[in-house]
Design a protein around this ligand. Structure first.
Ligand SMILES: Cc1cc2nc3c(=O)[nH]c(=O)nc-3n(C[C@H](O)[C@H](O)[C@H](O)COP(=O)(O)OP(=O)(O)OC[C@H]3O[C@@H](n4cnc5c(N)ncnc54)[C@H](O)[C@@H]3O)c2cc1C
Length: 332
């Protein structure tokens, strides 16, 4: 993929105007293929269905650019409501959360207080909480929070991104923390992150093998069949216990492979994002793989009886305008 295309979609994912307005538009551009509904009720149906097929879930109540305490407290309350539902319905499901959604940008102590309230309830219900990793600007603060929380709770973990140079040393420090291993979804500079797919992939495989030989649970989160196949062989050769790891993929991606891994007897977990704040998440998925647009293109623009939809045209026009402004700024 050209860097230009990737930079463009990452630029859109960070655009505050589009993110804010997208909440009012409702799902557009086929986002519903990758985001499982806007309400807690609808996403619970998805979890129930996947659990019935032997698939675990992790829920992400989407939220970006949270800039006031009321919004952060509402996000915390929603997550607690979801925990209650998971517990009452005895679902196999945990929670993924971003610290910025809980107020990291507003006041770190307030953010820690929010995540502690979530962890208290989750610990009571024996539910795991994963703290997602955001862009590098939040990396140190996220790890510091995880270090503090890991001393207080046994049900908290985080994410390590194989595109960062420093992560091998960080993984050593986190050897008793449950980790989700990913390649990394943001645009980072060559000062801190590998830029080539080969280097990112080979670091991923190296880190995954190291973790699998340890004793702490690891989620292997990737859609990359080459990596999955290599790790499956490694797991077999080294007789790694199935209790020590799981595979994870995002909702709506490579669904057949998700079912196949579960059928083969691997523990499999689907990451399910939901909520109105779909735009940034959706744009990051297009940045990773613009072909994802092909998956959604027809449904995005046409109704079932083949009429052109109005919403995506407005959304498309707003994005096109942003694109022209972005190109102009880039040329200056
Ligand atoms: C469960 C989960 C949680 C995540 N959480 C975070 C997080 O907290 N922080 C973060 O920075 N990032 C996160 N990510 C995103 C991650 O960092 C990557 O950006 C994203 O997963 C793309 O990398 P990949 O490993 O899936 O494979 P890629 O490098 O995108 O793809 C590798 C190869 O796999 C094949 N492939 C990939 N996707 C498809 C497809 N849909 N259909 C057909 N073939 C395909 C293609 O051959 C492609 O060349 C998460 C990803 C997952 C799966």
């Amino acid at each position: 993929m050209s860097n230009l295309t990737r930079d463009f979609f990452i630029g859109l994912s960070n655009n505050k105007f589009l993110n804010t307005n997208a909440k009012k538009w409702g799902f557009q551009l086929g986002a519903e293929k990758f985001v499982a509904g806007t309400t807690i009720e609808s996403v619970m149906n998805t979890v129930r269905e996947l659990n019935q097929q032997g698939i675990y879930c992790t829920l992400d109540n989407l939220g970006e650019f949270v800039s006031d305490k009321t919004e952060a407290s509402m996000a915390k309350d929603d997550i607690i409501r979801i925990l209650d539902e998971i517990h009452t319905e005895k679902l196999d499901c945990h929670i993924s959360v971003k610290l910025t959604q809980l107020g990291l940008d507003i006041d770190p102590e307030f953010c820690l207080d929010n995540i502690r309230q979530i962890l208290d309830i989750a610990a009571k219900y024996d539910i795991f909480i994963n703290i997602d990793m955001e862009n590098y600007a939040y990396y140190n603060r996220t790890l510091e929070a995880v270090e503090i929380l890991n001393k207080e709770y046994s049900n908290v973990g985080t994410v390590i991104q194989s595109y960062l140079y420093r992560v091998e040393a960080d993984l050593d420090l986190l050897k008793d923390v449950r980790i989700r291993l990913v390649k990394g979804a943001y645009k980072e500079s060559g000062d801190v992150a590998y830029q080539s797919k080969e280097q990112i992939d080979s670091n991923y495989i190296k880190l995954a093998k190291k973790r699998l030989l340890g004793n702490t649970f690891t989620s292997i989160a990737t859609h990359d069949h080459n990596i999955i196949n290599e790790l499956k062989d490694f797991i077999e050769e080294n007789q790694i216990s199935g209790d020590n790891f799981e595979f994870q993929m995002l909702y709506g991606f490579r669904t057949e492979m998700q079912y196949k891994l579960a059928e083969e007897g691997y523990r499999f977990c689907t990451y399910i994002p939901f909520g109105n704040d779909w735009f940034g998440y959706f744009m990051r998925r297009l940045a990773e793989r613009p072909q994802n647009l092909n998956l959604v293109a027809k449904d995005a623009f046409y109704t079932k009886d083949n009429k052109l939809k109005k919403g995506p045209i407005i959304a498309g026009a707003a994005i096109a305008l942003t694109f022209f402004i972005w190109r102009k700024k880039r040329r200056k």
